[in-house]
Design a protein around this ligand. Structure first.
Ligand SMILES: [Zn+2]
Length: 318
């Protein structure tokens, strides 16, 4: 696996088209086709500007996104988002999918295998790709917009309005009781036996804390108190950021699923979690997810409980 220098976004360079064009010539470039990344099994594959020029025989001109510059090595990173000029003919087979996207992987496929810096680049690139793909027109006047400032905005040529990438905040909550057990829920859209933390989108006019209380009560039937912020994670599926909290409920026996979004809830002590993972009675959320990190952080807080005891369940929803 490659080791990148941490990336500075260098947002002040976005307005300098000459500088960006100069950086492009020696850039490491992630090639995105239909929001799939150029990647091997466990790392991103970067191409250079000459390879982009050569690839334009079969791919549309596309958009260039400036992602930033390596903090230690001054290496510039871009993403090039494009699609086929003449897409391979879809015969509906799995082989077609493989051949159409040979050398390309979705963030779901490869994200869990990337190191921190590559994952940050991939999240940035895919988040921008998703947004540009679905926000092609001005929301004020309906005219077609164009990408500007290194792909960080789109601009309307008719009324000069700037349109910024959208990020939808969602809270995710690790619910605990006073005995330090955790409450996890199962969604019917997930694979059998997948259990994870509770989550939901922040609504207009709502604080994060209010959203935590509402979601936990709606989905699991318990009141959350002592709400504490833990961490956050970009989640470009297609455009979220997950804001992670833990909370305590003093009436664990009242936990019950809402029956629609969540069809089962279960309390786990560390020993119960260890046994359930060992017997494959529970499938944990994928490694790339903040939910998995929250569960692992809780589990390993006590001596003798280690991350390798929580192996398995990495696959995404089918
Ligand atoms: Zn407009």
């Amino acid at each position: 696996m490659s080791a990148l220098s941490p990336i500075n976004r260098e947002s002040e360079l976005r307005a300098d088209a000459t500088k960006l064009a100069e950086l492009w010539k020696t850039a490491q470039i992630i090639h995105l086709v239909d929001a799939r990344l150029s990647a091997g099994d466990d790392s991103l594959t970067f191409i250079d500007a000459a390879a982009v020029a050569a690839a334009q025989e079969v791919f549309e001109e596309g958009d260039r996104f400036f992602l930033g510059v390596g903090r230690d090595d001054n290496q510039a990173y871009f993403a090039w988002r494009t699609t086929w000029i003449n897409p391979p003919e879809d015969d509906g087979t799995e082989q077609f999918e493989q051949c159409k996207y040979e050398g390309f992987k979705s963030l779901r496929q490869v994200g869990g295998h990337l190191d921190t810096d590559e994952l940050a680049l991939a999240m940035h690139a895919v988040g921008l790709a998703n947004w540009h793909w679905t926000h092609t027109h001005c929301s004020k006047c309906g005219a077609k917009t164009v990408s500007d400032l290194g792909g960080s905005v789109r601009v309307c040529p008719e009324d000069a309005t700037q349109h910024h990438p959208r990020t939808d905040p969602a809270v995710i909550v690790l619910v605990k009781d006073k005995d330090d057990r955790i409450l996890l829920g199962h969604q019917p859209v997930w694979p059998d036996k997948r259990f994870s933390t509770f989550a939901g989108f922040v609504e207009t006019g709502e604080s994060f804390e209010e959203c935590v209380s509402r979601e936990v009560f709606e989905e699991a039937g318990v009141y959350a108190s002592e709400i504490k912020y833990l961490t956050s994670q970009p989640w470009p599926f297609p455009a979220s950021i997950m804001i992670a909290f833990e909370a305590i409920t003093h009436r664990p026996e009242e936990a019950r699923p809402d029956g629609t979004e969540i069809t089962e809830v279960r309390w786990f002590s560390r020993d119960e979690m260890k046994a359930a993972v060992a017997t494959q009675d529970i499938l944990l959320p994928p490694k790339i997810s903040v939910a998995r990190r929250m569960i692992e952080a809780w589990y390993t807080r006590v001596d003798g409980y280690t991350r390798d005891q929580l192996r398995g369940g990495e696959s995404w929803r089918p």
